[in-house]
Design a protein around this ligand. Structure first.
Ligand SMILES: [Zn+2]
Length: 465
């Protein structure tokens, strides 16, 4: 669906069922889930015809079981059945843990397995230089999808499972997970199978690989390795990082091949004219790419930090660092000790961040990004006028989509106030995973309580993501 040209997406025969009501204002909505769906159906939304209501868990269990066989009769693929509590008042009371509501659970079908021949084991190079083996398979249809490749995790895993090239192997696929090789079918072994010989040199740059003590992976340690550069670019533009829509795998490869882009900062020097010279790049697409890159200049510091792909710095850690240091300059000058003093940042992460900024080429990259107009600012400060002005928020527990500082920054950007302690004056308590004692307190005070989904809906309502 993610196409440079939305008219391509529009041509695809996309369809969907509506499974819930996200947000409603004014007027009343039905009190149960089933009635809500029936009501939505009457309004003209497409509702799944197989929704059923049962009184006991035994009946639910029996019904779910029947779908293991019946699913093949559907003209779309399913990987399970969702069981939901019907009473919406109970949804409120049960709440949400992380991304998972307590009022709904998935009955997942067992993964579908098939056997096929393992033609070869190849490797690709990851962002950190890790050498990742994968299986090249005789194409096999698993649950409606043709599988030609499957993950083999690492060398140790191949050894442990004793998977050999030429083996008939069991491959499984479950939901959106990458297909994996479960193991060989030993009875089909002929003796002609070959053991996998891990490469000694990087397939991309031919540098001798190293395997650090105690690690299951080999690494290419050449900082100029083209394969790593590509993966770093891929990570840089990905969602959660700089989120540059339209700069996908193919375009990244082309840009690198044409020498237009060597590192992420080069993206900010790209012009529409340069893009138009590329094959299959139309006026409209080129314009979209340039616009998407431009928008990314304003991504907050936390996103930029994550996008750099510093080892051990996930999005959560990036947020903590951004919030604590406030600017790229301050972070770059921090000693390992200062970094480790930030709460929940351990010595390994601190060391990794510190040594990243000691590297001359990394500092050069950051300067180049700044020169390219990437702002690297922390999110907007408090107290400005907005739709949430005059309302005070307290966040308790872990939210699925944001760290607490990120969520608070969003509230403040809409004019709301944030605090860490709940009082009778608090207007809204936002509740994430493991909320602690504040939830009970808020119930006593009759403070308005928003769960994760409700909070997201509130942000969306005001155009914040
Ligand atoms: Zn390499």
């Amino acid at each position: 669906m993610r196409q440079l040209d939305p008219s391509i997406t529009a041509q695809r025969p996309l369809d969907c069922f509506i499974y819930a009501l996200g947000w409603a204002e004014g007027g009343s909505t039905p009190a149960t889930h089933l009635k809500t769906l029936q009501w939505l159906g009457k309004l003209g939304f497409q509702i799944n015809p197989h929704i059923e209501k049962y009184r006991t868990i035994d009946e639910v269990w029996k019904h779910c079981g029947t779908w293991v066989d019946k699913r093949d009769a559907l003209d779309y693929e399913i990987d399970g059945v969702v069981i939901k509590i019907d009473d919406l008042a109970l949804h409120e009371r049960l709440g949400v843990v992380g991304r998972e509501p307590r009022w709904a659970i998935a009955f997942k079908f067992p993964p579908t397995q098939r056997t096929t021949v393992l033609k070869d084991i190849e490797v690709n190079v990851g962002r950190t230089g890790s050498i990742n083996p994968f299986a090249v398979l005789e194409p096999v249809n698993i649950g409606g999808t043709t599988v030609k490749m499957a993950t083999l995790h690492n060398e140790e895993d191949i050894k442990r499972k004793d998977v050999r090239i030429g083996d008939t192997v069991i491959v499984q696929r479950a939901g959106d997970v990458i297909p994996q090789v479960v193991g060989p079918v030993l009875s089909k072994r002929t003796g002609k199978e070959k053991r996998f010989r891990p490469p000694r040199k990087c397939p991309s740059c031919k540098t001798k690989l190293v395997r650090p003590e105690g690690e299951v992976m080999r690494y290419c340690i050449n900082p100029a390795c083209p394969a790593q550069a590509f993966r770093r670019m891929e990570h840089f533009v990905s969602r959660g990082a700089m989120d540059i829509d339209g700069v996908g795998e193919q375009l990244t490869l082309t840009l690198m091949k044409e020498g237009l882009v060597e590192d992420p900062a080069d993206l900010y020097a790209l012009t529409k004219e340069q893009l138009l010279k590329l094959e299959r790049m139309g006026e409209k697409s080129a314009q979209n790419v340039v616009a998407a890159i431009d928008v990314s200049r304003e991504r907050p510091l936390a996103r930029v930090l994550f996008a750099l792909g510093i080892r051990h710095v996930g999005s959560e850690t990036a947020s903590l660092l951004a919030e604590h240091f406030g600017s790229m300059e301050a972070l770059m000058e921090a000693s390992a000790g200062e970094l480790a003093a930030v709460s929940t940042i351990g010595p390994v992460v601190a060391e990794s961040v510190h040594s990243y900024f000691q590297e001359k080429q990394n500092r050069a990259l950051i300067e180049k990004l700044q020169a390219g107009g990437v702002l690297m600012k922390t999110a907007a400060p408090a107290t400005r006028d907005g739709p949430l002005s005059g309302q005070s928020f307290v966040i308790s527990g872990t939210l699925a989509a944001f760290s607490r500082p990120e969520a608070e920054a969003r509230i403040r950007s809409l004019g709301g106030l944030t605090s860490s302690s709940l009082t009778k004056k608090t207007n809204v308590l936002v509740v994430g995973q493991s909320p602690g004692s504040k939830l009970a307190k808020a119930q006593r005070y009759e403070t308005k309580i928003l769960d994760d989904a409700g909070f997201m809906a509130l942000l969306r309502e005001h155009g914040v993501n």
